[in-house]
Design a protein around this ligand. Structure first.
Ligand code: ZN
Length: 251
């Protein structure tokens, strides 16, 4: 597949046709049109899966790969002769769509919830759950841990499901302040807890790799809902349980 080489025809417009495609049939345009028609937001940390039809992710991989090839050419990398970067565009396209940003393009993993028949109402925490994400501003990694505290409500889900849902939510470009809220919303939808708390502690590579280059700095944030918000002793219990989990780990 050839890439655009005629610089005089270059335009910054997204609509600029690129060689290798019929510009009217770009899969990203078709998906975007569906999203707009259904009035669904497509910010970096949104999930688009319900507007993606079968087979379209393969097409999207190809489109993204061609765009990345153009990016590499603009960075003046000799992708035609450099054996290290010849396949990079394909690798990066697959990585974005199926791995690091899979939480945008793929459906939520199936999570079955069960009625809380024993009416359990003692709080418990799950963690650390690994946070693997990327910052929306620079597309470099955010890596860390997350703890989830639950005071059960009418429904319960298996412990491993928290990790699966967290992985799906974090696998999008994010800012940490919004990631914690999106995760809380998804968990509330799944098991309707009486109380919910989430703490995220993460390293931001946009601070380590670039910018201020602070290697030790991390960010901690949290969200508390329901009884955890209204009952300060319950909130304290949640933070104390997480502290104990962290201490146990560092031994
Ligand atoms: Zn950043």
């Amino acid at each position: 597949m050839t890439s655009q080489t005629n610089s005089s025809s270059y335009s910054e417009s997204r609509e600029e046709p690129i060689k290798g495609f019929d510009d009217l049939s770009l899969v990203s345009d078709r998906i975007r049109a569906r999203l707009k028609e259904r009035d669904i937001s497509f910010f970096a940390n949104d999930n688009l899966a319900e507007c993606i039809e079968e087979g379209e992710l393969k097409e999207l991989e190809k489109e993204v790969s061609i765009r990345i090839k153009d990016l590499l050419r603009s960075l003046i990398i000799d992708i035609d002769n450099d054996h290290n970067t010849r396949e990079t565009s394909d690798r990066v396209a697959r990585m974005y769509i199926n791995e690091v940003f899979k939480g945008r393009y793929h459906k939520q993993p199936k999570v079955t919830s069960f009625p809380n028949v024993k009416q359990l109402d003692e709080i418990y925490t799950v963690g650390p759950i690994t946070v693997r994400s990327a910052c929306s501003h620079h597309f470099v990694p955010i890596m860390g841990n997350c703890w989830i505290g639950i005071k059960p409500g009418s429904r319960v889900i298996g412990l491993s499901k928290f990790s699966r849902v967290a992985d799906w939510v974090f696998s999008r470009p994010h800012i940490q302040e919004e990631a914690v809220i999106i995760l809380a919303n998804e968990i509330e939808k799944l098991c309707e807890p009486q109380g919910l708390g989430i703490i995220i502690k993460a390293d931001h590579y946009c601070m380590k790799l670039r910018g201020v280059k602070e290697s030790q700095c991390s960010m901690v944030n949290s969200v508390v809902r329901g009884d955890f918000r209204h009952d300060s002793s319950l909130k304290q219990e949640f933070f104390e349980l997480v502290r104990q989990q962290e201490t146990a780990l560092s031994r």
